[in-house]
Ligand binder design. Structure first.
Ligand code: ATP
Ligand code: MG
Length: 200
């Protein structure tokens, strides 16, 4: 494989915002594959209660089933301790020695990159693709981006994707308050959520 995208996230639940970002990156950066990596224990979400890793893996599997370019890895779920991106990228680096690695995030996540563990090393190991996301406008993203050290900027690309104002937080809130989630996420994932009574 020449180039490989890694799409990290909590995916609680996975929705069309994630899928559109991953597919946009695949096409724009000519990636041979995008591997979805559900987070085991996200360091920035330790306060919140998140769904069981097996359920988030199952929903991610359902969501990617119809795209031959998409795959999934349980590497973060299986690794003990908090899930740091640097550990994941190091593992992928040793598994795919000759591939160019890309890490796909939304604009909100990339703005926090300075708080990530071993950020300097991380940016030297993979190229970041930051998808635009409603609420994090392109101008805003570009402005914040300009404040990052030049050495980091070189390896971060801003990618425009169709704006989907969808978040997992909003989907969970909709379920709690009895509002529809239909058309915000794949039907198979919606059925899984209903069947397992998630987010009630
Ligand atoms: P939560 O509200 O629980 O934080 P989320 O919708 O932000 O959920 P995450 O699992 O946190 O989903 O996101 C994984 C990655 O996908 C992050 O890099 C995030 O920025 C990106 N992402 C999420 N939703 C969108 C969207 N609608 N458009 C573009 N990128 C997105
Ligand atoms: Mg998020």
């Amino acid at each position: 494989m020449k180039s490989l995208g890694i799409m990290g996230g909590t995916f609680d639940p996975i929705h069309y915002g994630h899928l559109v970002a991953a597919e946009g990156a695949r096409h724009q950066f000519n990636l041979d594959k995008v591997i979805f990596v559900p987070s085991g224990r996200p360091p920035h979400k330790t306060e919140n209660k998140i769904s069981d890793p097996s359920q988030r893996l199952a929903m991610t599997n359902l969501a990617i089933a119809s795209n031959n370019y998409f795959d999934i890895s349980a590497i973060e779920v299986e690794r003990p301790g908090l899930s740091y991106t640097i550990d994941t990228v190091l593992s992928f680096r040793s598994m795919y020695r000759s591939s160019k690695l890309y890490f796909i995030t939304g604009g909100d996540a990339v703005l926090e990159i300075l708080t990530w563990k071993d950020v300097g090393r991380l940016i030297s190991l993979c190229t970041f693709i930051a998808a635009t996301r409603p609420g994090y406008h392109l101008e805003h993203l570009e402005q914040a981006f300009l404040e990052l050290p030049a050495a980091y900027r070189k390896n971060i690309h801003i990618m425009e994707v169709p704006a989907l104002a969808i978040s997992s937080t909003d989907i969970r809130e909709r379920i709690r308050t009895g509002r529809p989630i239909k058309y915000l996420l794949p039907e198979s994932v919606e059925q899984y959520v209903n069947k397992h009574n998630l987010y009630k």
